[in-house]
Design a protein around this ligand. Structure first.
Ligand code: GRF
Length: 183
């Protein structure tokens, strides 16, 4: 299980951390033009654009993502800020081999606004979760978690950046652990 495909949509800082950890990333799939494309390009990793806007049906979109990953013989899929919900075909193609990182301590604050939701709830501690992805969004067996303390006056951006600092360490470490355990 040494060929990793990373799925990204955004600034790609977690992708960057995975690459910096020397993990064997063989392809990056993006669903839109984003900074992750430049980051992959700078490391010489092939990028596949499966444009979400162009494929309305999510099952069809998922099939196209799976095809892109399979073109590179990917064995392990790491979602890193991928903003399209994927459907069953990816879990059939990569059983127990799709990972995700989420910026909250699951099962609290699932969904796309986890950081804002934690602030709005007034909790004092949030964090991040690395988990096996399943068809249900932001669910699935938890592999690693780490807490991040919320500071008085934190904005969502400030808090998210501190959570991402943790994700950029914990996610590569967790992936490395899985690869080593499988070797
Ligand atoms: C991370 O917080 C991840 O958990 C969430 O999106 C963010 C991605 O950050 N799903 P980046 O685009 O890699 O900087």
């Amino acid at each position: 299980m040494r060929r990793i495909g990373v799925l990204a949509s955004g600034s790609g800082s977690i992708l960057d951390a995975i690459l910096a950890a020397d993990l064997p990333v063989v392809a990056v799939v993006v669903d839109r033009d984003c900074r992750a494309v430049e980051i992959a390009g700078a490391s010489g990793v092939p990028v596949e654009l499966v444009e979400r806007k162009a494929v309305k049906d999510r099952v069809e979109f998922t099939h196209q993502v799976v095809d892109a990953l399979q073109r590179h013989d990917v064995e392990l899929v790491a979602m890193a800020g991928f903003m399209t919900i994927l459907e069953k075909p990816i879990f059939d193609a990569f059983p127990d081999r799709v990972l995700n990182t989420h910026p909250s301590l699951l099962p609290s604050f699932r969904g796309a606004h986890a950081v804002e939701d934690a602030l709005a709830a007034g909790v004092k501690v949030t964090g991040c979760t690395i988990h096996l992805a399943v068809p249900d969004v932001d669910a699935g067996p938890i592999l690693a978690q780490e807490a991040v303390t919320i500071r008085a006056g934190d904005t969502a951006d400030e808090l998210h950046e501190r959570i991402k600092d943790v994700e950029r360490r914990l996610y590569p470490d967790t992936i490395k652990g899985l690869i080593d355990a499988d070797a």
